[in-house]
Every structure is written in C-alpha cells, then in structure tokens.
Ligand binder design. Structure first.
Ligand SMILES: Nc1ncnc2c1ncn2[C@@H]1O[C@H](COP(=O)(O)OP(=O)(O)OP(=O)(O)O)[C@@H](O)[C@H]1O
Length: 383
C-alpha cells in the first residue's frame, strides 16, 4: 500500500489528481507490478496490497477526485495543522492520525471500511503534496510505518510511458497540465541487496590490501634478517664466531649447562649488579630461576682474541677440577654475546683480601696457607 500510495502521491504532486483515470489504471498497475518485481517482491503481492484482487490506483474519496477538493473539505485544515509537528515522534504521529480519523468519520461515517481505507490514502496523498509545510518522509512513516521507500523532493520532467518508471505520461485532462515535473525518488529505489554487495566488495578489497601490506612488511623484515646474516658471515670476526669459537662452545657444551641469553639477562636483573671487572669483561652477580647464585662474566668486546680466551677458559675449566679452583657452571653463546657462569664466591677475590688492612687483614699463617693452596691448585692443573 505504501508503494502504491507513494506513486499516487507523486502523480498527485504532478497533476493535482488523487489517482490515475480509468484509462491509465492498467498501465499504472503494470508499472506497480514492475516495481514489485524490481524490488524482489512477489508479484501476487498486488492482491494483498489492494482492496481486493485489484490494486486501487485512484483514491476517490466521498466524491473528491483532486487534492484541491480534499483541501477544501471541512476541517481538513485541522488535519494539516495537527500533522505539522515532528511526525517522527510517536505522540505527534498519533495525534495526526487521530485528527485524520475524526475528519474521515465526519466525512463518510464509520461503517464503510473500504471507503475509510481509500479516504485514508487520499488524506495521505493530500498531505504528501504539502511541500514546505509537511515532511513527506515523516508522513509516509507515520501513515504506513515504513521508511526509505522514496524521497519525495526533487523533480524531473516527465513525458514518456508509465511502464518505464519513473517517467509518467500525464493524462489529457483540462484541469491538469500536460507535462509536469514529478519528484524522482532516485535515492532509495535500489533494493537493499544491491547496496550491500558493493559494501562487501569494498570490505574484501580493503582486507586484501591490508594482508598485502602485512605480507610486504614481513618479507622486508625477513630480507633484512637474511642480509644481516650474510654481512656477519662475511666479516672476519664473525667468520670466527660462526666457525671455530662456535665449535669450541659446542664441543664443551655437554660438560656445562647452557644458558640462554634471555635467562642470563633475567638472572642478572638486566646486568644491574656488577661485582668486578677483569681482562675478559665485566662480572655480574646473578640468581637463576632454580635459586642458585652465580657470577656471570660477560665478554666485553667481540674479537678473535676474546673469543679464543672464552674458548680457552671453557676448555681449561672443563679439565680442571680442584677444590681451590672456582667451578664453571655453564656458558651462554648467543648472537654476539658470550657469557661464562661460575659458582659464586661470596667472600670476594683473593686480591681484595691480600690488600685489605686493619682488622680484616690476613694473618701470616693464613697467607702461607693460601700460598700453599694456590701452589696445590697449580700442581693439580699441570697434572
Ligand atoms: N666466581 C666469582 N665469585 C665472586 N666474585 C667473582 C667471581 N669471579 C670473579 N669475581 C669478581 O670479579 C672480579 C673480576 O674477575 P675476573 O676473573 O674477570 O678477573 P681477574 O681474574 O681479576 O682478571 P683476568 O680476567 O685477567 O683473569 C674479581 O676480582 C672478583 O672480585
């Protein structure tokens, strides 16, 4: 009904008539059926839309055939006045409809339901022609509870056949001009699914572009990694890292625990506690996740010599086990990082004790004992 009423409102807007004359009704009905088909509505819907098997395409109401006649009927101004408010609000819409019903009852009584229904559409069409005073979309929503069928404003000159909507041939009627401007409901004529398809398409394209960007970033990152690896393989120092030193560390690994860079960093609390510095590098205090305390020596610089030293220390301590020699617990070889992990000597270095003075100074007897222990350790290392 909303479709048909919309078409008739457009026609009324052009001609001032409340529907097409009988000679045009067949063309009009076939145009309505075409519209149904275009919008994917079952063609037999026409049966339900009309007042019986045929759709009413004229809204003659109690002898009134034109918008002007409707306007001139008593109390119609009251209807217009009550429908002036924002009809999108439920309360305003109800007031407008109530005024309409009161007006119709006065006009045709309350018994003739068919006439009531047709006149109700005639009221709608009449109101719909009141541009500037009333909002067409709001009236449509209020009267039929539907939205988006058409936007009424906007006009087009019409001269061709009714079948090729939206152009309409205006009947030769002395009271109506032959060619009129009829509002064109272009905006909302496309069925819903037609506007959804491009939306999905755009979504898919955007997703594809996004995936492509991610792919390019990943490829670039991988290429950079490969380039870096190639460069480091070409550098003389790194050739050593990749070759001899690595074999050295690998060779010893079964004897010592191998630590990862990550766990070493965590155990030293990101290398926060320095306990000494030697020729090889800096020594940090560390506590590993199993609770063991250790001294971690970190190789300061990457050089062939440092690498050899690292290797030698490992090889040596793998062979030497003496109660006067500090034990090597493990190592870490990762990228350019080299660590040796020793058991932690909580009393500090011999050097510190030998050179300390005051109450902490070592007695000569203790010094002698230490000298003998060191000599023992040396003998043990030479065996
Ligand atoms: N296992 C350890 N436990 C506690 N502190 C240590 C341990 N190993 C080293 N240190 C501390 O770190 C300092 C440096 O030790 P490191 O072995 O690197 O140097 P060095 O023996 O003095 O010299 P070089 O590196 O030439 O042998 C020591 O003086 C000591 O204070």
């Amino acid at each position: 009904n909303a479709f048909v009423a919309t078409s008739i409102a457009r026609y009324a807007n052009a001609t001032g008539r409340l529907g097409v004359p009988p000679a045009f009704s067949e063309m009009c009905l076939s145009a309505v059926s075409d519209t149904f088909r275009l919008r994917g509505i079952a063609t037999d819907a026409a049966v339900f839309c009309g007042l019986g098997p045929k759709i009413r395409v004229d809204y003659q109401c109690a002898g009134r055939n034109t918008v002007l006649e409707m306007m001139q009927s008593p109390s119609f101004n009251d209807v217009i006045g009550s429908c002036r408010g924002p009809l999108s609000l439920d309360i305003t819409c109800k007031t407008c409809l109530n005024y309409g019903i009161v007006y119709l009852r006065r006009l045709i009584g309350s018994d003739d339901n068919v006439a009531l229904s047709v006149c109700r559409s005639a009221v709608f069409v009449t109101l719909a022609t009141q541009h500037g005073v009333l909002s067409y979309d709001d009236i449509l929503t209020c009267f039929f509870g539907v939205q988006g069928i058409t936007t009424f404003p906007g006009t087009v000159s019409v001269t061709s056949t009714p079948a090729s909507t939206p152009n309409v041939t205006v009947p030769s009627d002395s009271s109506a001009p032959k060619t009129k401007s009829v509002p064109l409901p272009q905006k909302h004529q496309k069925p819903y699914h037609i506007s959804v398809v491009p939306g999905i398409g755009i979504g898919v394209i955007l997703l594809a572009i996004l995936l492509q960007i991610v792919l390019v970033v990943l490829i670039r990152r991988k290429n950079k990694e490969l380039r870096d690896a190639e460069l480091s393989a070409q550098s003389p120092d790194n050739a050593f890292h990749q070759g001899q030193s690595w074999r050295c560390a690998e060779g010893q690994s079964p004897m010592f625990q191998r630590y990862s860079y990550k766990e070493t960093t965590k155990a030293t609390n990101n290398f926060s506690t320095v306990i000494g510095k030697g020729g090889f590098g800096t020594v940090y205090k560390a506590q590993f996740s199993d609770g063991s305390i250790a001294a971690v020596k970190r190789m300061d610089k990457v050089s062939r010599q440092a690498e050899e030293e690292f290797c030698r220390e490992m090889e040596l301590l793998a062979r030497l086990h003496h109660r006067h020699l500090v034990n090597l617990k493990g190592f870490c070889v990762e990228r350019k990082e080299r660590f040796l992990v020793y058991e932690y000597m909580e009393n500090g270095s011999l050097k510190d004790h030998l050179h300390s003075s005051g109450t902490k100074a070592l007695s000569w007897q203790t010094r002698l004992q230490i000298a003998m222990d060191v000599a023992n350790a040396l003998v043990g290392s030479l065996k």
